[in-house]
Write a new protein. Structure first.
Length: 512
């Protein structure tokens, strides 16, 4: 008698590489002739961005861009001077093995930065940037979905899994010009810019994804004897080609700013009032399709000895995303330490740590929020101090966390006030996006070996047997024990479920 096995393949993610790389930052800069001498250093920032990445075999390559922005005052102290330099690094990492359908996650942050004036015309900057690397691949898991012949009996279970994953990226360049309002003074120097992207709207259109959003630019610039702020928004709408994607896929879209060039120019009166914004965005799309199949979780033959092989199979689901907000309050200064005048305040989360709560239904997020401001100190000098404030927040998920999760934290807004008692308080609204991966470990059959050279030996020649079953006993286990068909037991005893509803005698028909 022929014996045939049908098999299916279930894909699942596997970690190929996880690590951190460091890159040193060194800048020895001599001021151009048109810059005034250095009298007092104010602030230095290093802003790292990953602009490109690729995998060739077992080697990851990526491009790291670091913008260095250094602010100083000249001897007259009226205007801040801004020095901006860009350094690019080509980096690589050996993954150890190649990956099928790789997904790359790279995030860069500044670890530290030190700066000093060597003399009135020369600046020295030293620092370090670290890049967190994660590369996921896809593995194939082969399972048995059906079998025929040799009096085989099969126990099947439904399995829902992520059957197809598709990713796509698109880099776009935006450009828009604007003029300062009549109430705003003209620009002497651009001293700080912050460019972010709002949550993207998305729509699937047969093999394409329409992504819409806004680029929000916050600008800080110096004018004569003051510092001014400006907010600017640019909408975008893009179509990204994503092969085979339709309405059956679950899709997520995100956009990151890789660079934002701001060009200052004069108006018809010769004043610096015209600004051209040119942000570059990288739009990422990820689409996942779920499927359901029946797989064999147990098997036996009613006639022949049978050996079976089991394996633990990972059945992934599309991630579930939870969006929450929280507010952080901080006391920044009081009394004489309160700045004489505050022009602007901003904040940024850093050193983020996460862990699952004791109830396994919450995520505890801790870290630091750095509050920064542009102000005049008690002596009237322009200053840009930072203050780190610790925080810890518990985000309730509601469902039990069983798989991996990732947390993305962004600042929504920051505000401040000075009380009548002379206390400077700040509050920031923080957005938290938690992506929870769901993955079930399933015991599946991967092999069935039947010995057709000899039949099973029974303990007697009989057609039925009486058996005392216990409440909730599985009928499959009973049928397997007596090497008979499960349908014969359910029909003979008029059973309606997979388990016995109560204890008692049942009839076991012996069928081969």
């Amino acid at each position: 008698m022929d014996f045939k096995i049908n098999r299916e393949t279930i894909p699942a993610s596997e970690l190929i590489y996880s690590g951190i790389q460091e890159q040193g930052i060194e800048l020895d800069y001599i001021l151009p002739d048109y810059y005034p001498d250095i009298f007092r250093l104010v602030k230095c920032e290093v802003i790292p961005v990953i602009t490109d990445s690729s995998i060739n075999g077992d080697r990851l390559s990526y491009e790291l861009q670091c913008d260095i922005r250094l602010l100083y005052c000249s001897e007259d102290g009226k205007n801040l001077q801004c020095i901006t330099q860009r350094q690019n690094f080509s980096k690589s990492a050996e993954l150890g093995r190649s990956a099928d359908s790789p997904e790359i996650q790279l995030s860069a942050k500044t670890d530290h930065v030190n700066f000093r004036a060597v003399n009135k015309r020369r600046l020295d900057v030293r620092g370090a940037v670290s890049v967190k690397i994660s590369v996921m691949g896809e593995k194939s898991q082969e399972v048995i979905s059906d079998a025929f012949g040799m009096n085989i009996q099969l126990k099947k279970i439904p399995v829902k899994y992520a059957s197809k994953k598709v990713t796509a990226e698109k880099v776009i360049q935006l450009s828009e010009e604007t003029e300062l309002s009549p109430a705003q003074p003209s620009v002497s120097n651009i001293i700080r810019s912050e460019c972010s992207v709002s949550e993207c709207e998305k729509k699937i259109i047969s093999g394409k994804i329409l992504a819409k959003g806004d680029v929000n630019v916050k600008l800080l610039y110096s004018s004569e004897n003051s510092i001014e702020s400006m907010d600017f928004s640019m909408p975008f709408s893009q179509i990204i080609d994503v092969d085979e994607v339709d309405e059956t896929f679950e899709c997520s879209v995100s956009a990151d700013v890789t660079s934002c060039n701001i060009t200052l120019s004069a108006d018809k009166d010769g004043e610096n009032r015209m600004l051209k914004f040119e942000p570059e965005l990288k739009i990422r799309c990820r689409a996942v399709k779920s499927s359901e199949i029946m797989i064999v979780s147990d098997a036996y033959s009613t006639v022949y000895p049978c050996d079976i092989d089991f394996s633990s199979v990972q059945a992934e689901q599309p991630p579930t995303v939870y969006n929450e907000n929280f507010r952080h309050n901080a006391k920044l200064a009081e009394g004489e330490s309160v700045p004489k005048n505050i022009y602007a305040m901003w904040c940024s989360p850093k050193n983020i740590n996460t862990r699952i709560g004791n109830d396994r239904k919450s995520v505890i997020i801790s870290g630091m929020i750095t509050y920064s401001m542009a102000c005049n100190d008690s002596s009237g000098n322009i200053s840009m101090p930072d203050r780190d404030e610790a925080f810890e927040e518990t985000i309730e998920i509601g469902d039990e966390l069983s798989g991996s999760f990732s947390v993305d934290i962004t600042k929504i807004s920051v505000s401040y006030n000075i009380t009548s008692d002379g206390i400077l308080n700040a509050k920031s609204d923080i957005s938290v996006k938690i992506s929870v991966g769901s993955s079930a470990e399933i015991k599946a059959l991967t092999g069935i070996n039947i010995d057709d050279s000899a039949k099973k030996q029974r303990d007697g020649d009989y057609a039925i047997k009486l058996y005392f079953g216990t409440e909730n006993e599985n009928i499959w286990d009973i049928a397997k024990r007596f090497s008979t068909e499960i349908e014969a037991i359910t029909e003979e005893n008029e059973l309606a479920s997979d388990c016995l509803e109560k204890s008692g005698m049942i009839v076991i028909p012996i069928k081969e």
